[in-house]
Design a protein around this ligand. Sequence first.
Ligand SMILES: Nc1ncnc2c1ncn2[C@@H]1O[C@H](COP(=O)(O)OP(=O)(O)O)[C@@H](O)[C@H]1O
Ligand SMILES: [Mg+2]
Length: 240
Amino acid sequence: MKDILLQIKDVHVDYGGVRALDGVSVAIDEGEIVALMGPNGAGKSTILKAIFGLAPLSHGSIFWHDQKVAPISYEMVERGISFVPQGRRVFANLTVLENLEIAGVVVRDKDLLKERITEVFSIFPALHDKRYTKSGLLSGGQQQMLALARGLMTDPKVLLLDEPSLGLAPKIVKEVFANIKAINDRHKTAILIVEHNIKSLMEIVHRGYVLDKGKIIIHGSTHDLLTSEILKKVFVGALE
Ligand SMILES: Nc1ncnc2c1ncn2[C@@H]1O[C@H](COP(=O)(O)OP(=O)(O)O)[C@@H](O)[C@H]1O
Ligand SMILES: [Mg+2]
């Protein structure tokens, strides 16, 4: 049987009386970029949070290499999962370099930490130029690059990305997508990405899932999704 990198099976999440996820199963394998799409409130962010131990599972399981695991953030980080939440979270009063050092605290070996920082700067040269700048002074696009760079400090096998292009100018959005593709090309990092920018998203992902009201309504290859009527209905106008 094939060993799958990360799976969630029949996951239910309830927030008080609100059922955010209602029996959701998602899998992602090494090297894949997989999209999570759907209207606002569909449960996309909750999937990422559930994997990372930040949403309460009322039913269902998470599997890492086909082994059932408890979703606990620091254990997920140790396994090789990195979560870049929505909203470009960086420490505004700290420099770019300090932000990266903090994101790399789990890398205990000093030389390895330096290596990680060098590698991350090679992916994001603009951040190297600003390494002594306080992150709060960066542009929105640069802050998003820094959030992505922080997510890479642990050299993850899976990157969970929530709306990386939100609120960025079209030119910067292009750059962010190119960076995401480069991250996947470089180390075959698996990427599970939530995005509303369906058109750009479809250019980089291999497969995707469409959610509505806490349920997956369709999943398949990029080609299958692009030719499906459901996707057109859910995202009227988004594919033109
Ligand atoms: N912390 C929370 N407390 C209560 N309800 C929540 C919370 N987080 C999300 N929800 C609800 O769960 C549903 C799914 O939310 P979310 O996963 O954020 O959707 P999406 O990311 O697809 O926009 C929504 O109805 C939302 O209002
Ligand atoms: Mg969301």
